[in-house]
Design a protein around this ligand. Structure first.
Ligand SMILES: [Zn+2]
Length: 460
């Protein structure tokens, strides 16, 4: 994986996940195989959200200009990136309509109509939609796009600041479980004030590391306090008969999660999807040989695996076996089942793990249970290897001189002051990501005052 950009874009094409040739900059097409992957990944998150009391909604795509501009900080954070609809048919519109860059200003005026009493709280909703941002930097499929097609945004409303604070912690736990189930390693930091979501009190972010050692933000959780409820009039009648302003949070992920899934588990061949979300978990490849037809046993094997509840594909096409191996390896299928003359004779199959290339002979009658066990082991190995690779790239530094070398993330103590961050950034050329949420305490590398463990990294 020498050139990451090249590797990543080739992986997308060869695995047939998305097609980036769509003629609008920063927009691409999800292909059937990619769409299946996306659905499986989102399924995990939907379950986690539903289990914790979130309910799915769907808001309109267009937001009137005056509504979008109501929260001053928020609009300042987004105004240079908004796409506008200005005409309807042949007429200019009276009020410009924005393609949502995010949905706070679409949802919150409606929340103010829905919430009347403390009994209406908490309100916890989410939606999975496209959002649009006019990226001016070079776009990259799934990583920096103009149409974010897989924006899962959750929005909550609470009676007290403590409840909102608790919600932030719940959201962090939900995302941890989500990324853990995908085997995506992460760093969790509280972003510095100058890198906080526009309109939030504070932001907590999840970042993973690319093979070139840059951080990629893959999830964010924001405590909005009362900033939006004040502007949009989200009030409730409390038990004591008084009207009070509500507290809010919001949190989101995007298709960057899919991008991470591809590169954190990738190797020279391409992606290797964790069995839990692999669109095809097992591919059965018959290997014909003089006078031996492996197809009947291959079909039996396919049926056994299907009965075991696995997503399996029998590749009985006309390509040579070697070409099929090549194709399915590049589609990230975690396990291959080979059926040749030796297998036909012994009523067994040969399983080949995509990650280690290990070959295992399995009798047909044990196929379902054994393959499930092998897939469980692959899942565990992928997760462990991804975390190890990330940890290897984290360098602990105690002085500015130690901040050197490519492809690394530096962990250091920082007091949280802007002038210290600026000095660090100026001298090292890398950016302060934020303070670790569950970090240790120590003396700031610049000023020596009490601080918390933090990261310096290059980011996308
Ligand atoms: Zn300092």
């Amino acid at each position: 994986m020498k050139d990451f950009t090249d590797w990543f874009e080739r992986a997308l094409v060869e695995a047939e996940l998305v097609d980036a040739r769509y003629p609008v900059k920063g927009m691409c097409v999800w292909l059937p195989y990619g769409m299946k992957l996306r659905t499986l990944v989102l399924g995990i998150l939907r379950d986690l959200l539903e289990q914790s009391g979130h309910r799915e909604v769907l808001f309109p795509l267009l937001i009137p200009e005056d509504q979008l501009a109501k929260e001053a900080e928020h609009i300042r954070g987004f105004e240079n990136q908004v796409f506008w609809v200005t005409r309807g048919g042949g007429e200019d519109l009276d009020v410009k309509l924005a393609l949502r860059p995010t949905s706070e200003t679409a949802m919150y005026p409606m929340f103010s109509l829905w919430i009347r009493s403390h009994t209406d709280l908490p309100l916890k909703v989410y939606q999975v939609v496209s959002v649009f941002r006019c990226e001016t930097k070079m776009t990259k499929p799934l990583i920096r796009v103009r149409e974010v097609t897989t924006f899962k945004e959750a929005h909550t409303v609470h009676a007290t600041a403590e409840e909102a604070e608790r919600q932030v912690r719940e959201a962090v736990e939900i995302y941890k479980k989500f990324f853990d189930s995908l085997g995506i390693p992460y760093l969790i930091t509280r972003r510095p004030p100058w890198d906080t979501f526009a309109g939030a009190e504070y932001s907590i972010a999840f970042d993973t590391l690319s093979p070139e050692g840059k951080t990629l933000q893959i999830g964010t959780v924001h405590n909005l306090g009362q900033k939006f409820s004040r502007v949009f009039g989200i009030e409730y009648l409390d038990r004591d008969g008084s009207h009070k302003l509500a507290y809010q949070t919001c949190y989101g992920i995007s298709e960057r999660v899919i991008a991470s899934l591809i590169f954190v588990h990738g190797d020279e061949l391409g992606p290797c999807f964790p069995p839990s979300v692999a669109p095809v978990q097992v591919v059965v490849v018959p290997i014909p040989f003089e006078g031996c037809d492996p197809l009947p046993l291959s079909q039996e094997a396919e049926q056994e695996l299907r009965k075991a509840g696995l997503r399996v594909e029998l590749d009985a096409g006309e390509q040579r076996p070697g070409e099929k191996f090549y194709k399915w390896d590049r589609k990230g299928v975690p396990l291959r089942v080979e059926v040749g003359p030796k297998e036909v004779e012994g009523r067994k199959v040969t399983c080949v793990a995509r990650d280690t290339r290990e070959r295992m002979e399995v009798p047909l009658e044990e196929l379902g249970t054994r393959v499930k066990e092998i897939l469980r082991q692959i899942e565990e190995r992928l997760k462990q290897r991804a975390w190890e690779k990330m940890k290897e790239r984290i360098a602990e530094v105690r002085s500015l001189e130690e901040v050197k070398g490519e492809g690394k993330v530096f962990r250091f103590f920082w007091c949280g002051k802007r002038e210290c961050a600026e000095r660090l950034e100026a001298q090292t050329g890398v950016s302060v990501l934020g303070q670790e949420v569950e970090g240790k305490e120590g003396n700031c590398l610049v000023c020596g005052e009490r601080g918390k463990s933090s990261f310096l990294a290059k980011s996308y």
